[in-house]
Structures are given as C-alpha cells and as structure tokens.
Design a protein around this ligand. Structure first.
Ligand code: ZN
Length: 292
C-alpha cells in the first residue's frame, strides 16, 4: 500500500507536477494576456484621452490636449479680452454741470450733497453706457483736474463761457455735446426732467431739435410715471458751442420725489442708460437715413 501509495504519489506527484506546470504555464499565459490586455487598454485610454475623446464631454472639450486646458485656465485667470464693440464714429462730449468751487444748486432734501456731485456721478455713468453703445466719449472735466480754457479767468470755477471756449477749442473732435444739470424751483410740487435745446437755425448746427425730441421721448418711455419734456432755452453752453448740443435738467432738487431719485445711484444709472439709448436711437436712425 505504501509503495502503491508512493507510486501513486509519484505518479500523482508527476501528474500533479505536470498538471501544476501546465496550470502554471496556462496561468502565466492568461496573466500575460491579461497584462497585455491591460497595457493595451491603458495605451488606448491614453491615446483616446490625448485625442480629447471622452464619454462625458460635458466637462471636457472635444478638442484640445491637457496643455490646451492649462493655457485655457491661464487665460481665465488673466483678464479676458473685452468683446469688440463696433464704434459709431461719433464722439460725445459729456459736460458734468458745475464742479470745482462751483457746487451748483443745493437743497435741504439733498443733505450735504451738491448738484455738482450728482451731475458728475451721472456723467460718469453716461460715459460708460455711451461707450457700450459704441460712442467715443470726451469728459469735459472729471471734477479733479481743472481744464484751462483759452478765456480762463484764473478762478477755480469752470464758467459756462470757459466750458464753451474749451469745448470749441477741440470742436474738430466733438460731434455732439451734452450738459448734465439738476433743476430747482420755489414751488416744491414742480418735478420732472427737461431736455433743453437751441434751434438749429439759431446755432447753424444740425440735429439739436431732433436729438432733444428723441431724448425726451426715450426718457418718457423709460420712466412712464414721470415726465420729460424737450424745451427751448438758449443756455450759454448749448447756444454758443459749434456742434449740436443739449442741456439736461434731470429733476428738481426742490421736489421730494425728484431729490430722492437723483440721490439714488441705481436711478442715476437708469437715467444715464436712458440718455445713451436715446442717443443710440438718434444716431442709428441718422446713419440709416444717410445710407438710404
Ligand atoms: Zn446746474
């Protein structure tokens, strides 16, 4: 039994050994094949990912390798280029009423705020909106640097005569001039905006009336519960400038409702936007009419 066992054991040993060798070789083959398959899979995956092919393309761009992603994220970190706004070829000179030692009108409804503070704030907002509509903008002053006009009298008040002379000295750069002011009146119930103009024939310019009408119309449309009228009055800066011009009285500092509006930055922005929309409309129509 012992021998038989041992024979059997031997046989079984060899058989087992052979089997085990065979099994080992087979396992080795399977393992090698498996490893090969894994390597091929990995290579394929790398290849596919480098080609930008991904099942979930909601997160990955269809094109572009890792390097592109890095450069893209670099672009995001730096300031993205501003979108090109088509220019109109029209330069608007924005005149913030008063300024420097000339505070303009005041009212207890405004507290410590002066007309010059409101006009400068609205003028800056108007500049931004006009540029968005493709206008070029010249600010007559920024409230900090005093512009020296040819007729400067040495005082730190930018008089209407100085403003006009200064703007006329760069008339070749200006297509249209808009002065921003706040109104006041002894009767507190008087409210609303006014767009002042001088007739074209008086000034020998073209567009003053039409622009004033368009601006008043736009303000009425944007602020339907309010009122905005175009009116004739020969304010110096719109009478003697050598280009079409309007003077805007935004509202009455002596009226509670108007004063509250003019102190409100959001309202100032809406008002400035409305003016920019009106000018955009006028100059778009003018371009269309000229091209027809
Ligand atoms: Zn004023």
């Amino acid at each position: 039994m012992k021998q038989m066992f041992s024979l059997r054991d031997k046989k079984s040993f060899f058989k087992d050994n052979a089997d085990s060798n065979a099994t080992y070789s087979a396992r080795q083959l399977v393992l090698r094949s498996y490893l090969k398959a894994v390597v091929i899979c990995m290579a394929l995956c790398l290849l596919l990912s480098s080609c930008g092919v991904s099942k979930d393309n909601s997160h990955e761009p269809m094109k572009g390798v890792v390097r592109d992603k890095t450069s893209h994220s670099d672009e995001v970190e730096t300031e993205p280029p501003a979108p090109e706004i088509p220019r109109k070829g029209i330069t608007v000179c924005v005149d913030p009423g008063h300024g420097f030692e000339d505070g303009g009108t005041s009212s207890e409804l405004l507290g410590d705020v002066l007309e010059k503070d409101i006009t400068l704030s609205v003028a800056k907002k108007l500049k931004v909106h006009l540029e968005t509509y493709g206008f070029d903008v010249i600010m007559l002053h920024d409230g900090k640097t005093f512009p020296i006009a040819p007729n400067d009298d040495g005082n730190n008040r930018f008089r209407p005569e100085e403003r006009t002379a200064y703007a006329n000295s760069i008339a070749d750069k200006i297509d249209y001039y808009i002065a921003i002011h706040c109104n006041s009146f002894e009767m507190p119930e008087v409210y609303g905006a006014e767009v002042y103009y001088v007739e074209d024939s008086v000034k020998n310019t073209y567009g003053d009336v039409e622009i004033a009408m368009t601006l008043a119309g736009q303000l009425t449309s944007d602020f339907p519960e309010w009122k905005a009228n175009a009116k004739i009055f020969p304010y110096y800066v719109i009478r003697y400038t050598h280009f079409p011009a309007s003077l805007i009285e935004m509202g009455y500092v002596t009226n509670e409702g108007d004063a509250a509006k003019m102190l409100d930055e959001a309202w100032q922005d809406s008002f400035a936007l409305s003016l920019a929309k009106g000018l955009d409309q006028y100059y778009s129509d003018e371009t269309n009419n000229n091209s027809n």
